[in-house]
Design a protein around this ligand. Structure first.
Ligand SMILES: Nc1nc2c(ncn2[C@@H]2O[C@H](COP(=O)(O)OP(=O)(O)O)[C@@H](O)[C@H]2O)c(=O)[nH]1
Ligand SMILES: [Mg+2]
Length: 251
């Protein structure tokens, strides 16, 4: 069950009545059912947090900087990773989360990047248990960076700690500069916002300064970098953010 949307996805694979997403509270009237929903949500999060703590312990012990990349589908996560990994001075590997297929993992493997794919099926986010298993398969080296590309979804992944050092939210310029206000949980949870596809700025009515101001209304401490994987503009800033993050991550 997804605790963020409360839709029951992942809890009962045969339940076809809950394909739509509702915010909690919008569909559950107060009363016993509502309290039970909250209790299940708390239990799911408590279990997730135990797995997340175990992942975090591994990351710290092995000096792996783990970053949880979150965004809506198509904002440019996989493209960015394929350009990033060859530029940083640490070895890097990727856990890829998608609802279906290993298209993205194959894209990254072709670029020579060690990648494990997770398919979530009807689930709308990665959880810490899945990531723990993927870690076992991945064989990420010590002293490295691990990118966890979450399922494209600006809502549910915000609630699930995977044991990462930080969430990085991508927002492409075609999505609109109002998205931080409309999806506040994700921008609240993220340490860094990457405004992506800036090569398209001449063609879309997107105001970078307004986008940053909107994100800071939600999360005054959020850091921001604007970049384009296509033109390479802004990439050096992103690479140095990663490298200094890796240095700081050391105990
Ligand atoms: N113009 C432009 N397109 C991009 C850029 N980065 C990615 N794309 C395109 O956006 C689409 C989605 O990218 P992808 O990396 O698969 O996004 P993901 O779903 O977040 O992993 C693809 O068609 C990419 O070629 C960019 O910097 N500029
Ligand atoms: Mg992708």
């Amino acid at each position: 069950m997804c605790i963020s949307c409360g839709c029951g996805l992942g809890l009962d694979e045969n339940d076809h009545e809950h394909h739509h997403h509702h915010p909690i509270g919008a569909v559950h009237a107060p009363g016993e059912g509502h309290e039970r929903t909250i209790k299940i949500e708390e239990d799911i999060l408590a279990v997730n947090n135990r797995y997340a703590a175990a992942n975090r312990h591994v990351f710290l012990k092995r000096n792996i900087l783990a970053l949880n990349l979150v965004s809506s589908p198509g904002s440019g996560k996989t493209t960015l990773l394929s350009k990033t990994v060859s530029e940083i001075r640490f070895p890097a590997s990727v856990i890829e989360g998608d609802q279906s297929t290993d298209i993205d993992a194959e894209r990254l493997r072709k670029a020579g990047i060690k990648t494990v794919q997770i398919n979530t099926g009807r689930g709308c986010h990665l959880d810490a248990h899945m990531v723990g298993h993927a870690l076992d398969d991945l064989g990420a080296p010590d002293d490295s960076v691990l990118f966890i590309e979450n399922v494209g979804n600006l809502v549910c992944p915000a609630a699930f700690d995977l044991g990462e050092a930080a969430k990085v939210v991508l927002l492409s310029v075609t999505e609109g500069d109002d998205k931080p206000l409309k999806y506040p949980d994700m921008f609240q949870a993220a340490r860094l916002m990457l405004i992506t596809k800036t090569d398209l700025l001449p063609y879309v009515p997107f105001d970078v300064d307004r986008c940053i101001a909107n994100a800071r209304k939600i999360n005054p401490a959020i850091e921001t970098i604007s970049l384009s994987s296509l033109s390479g503009k802004g990439m050096p800033e992103w690479i140095s953010w990663l490298e200094s993050g890796h240095d700081k991550n050391k105990r």
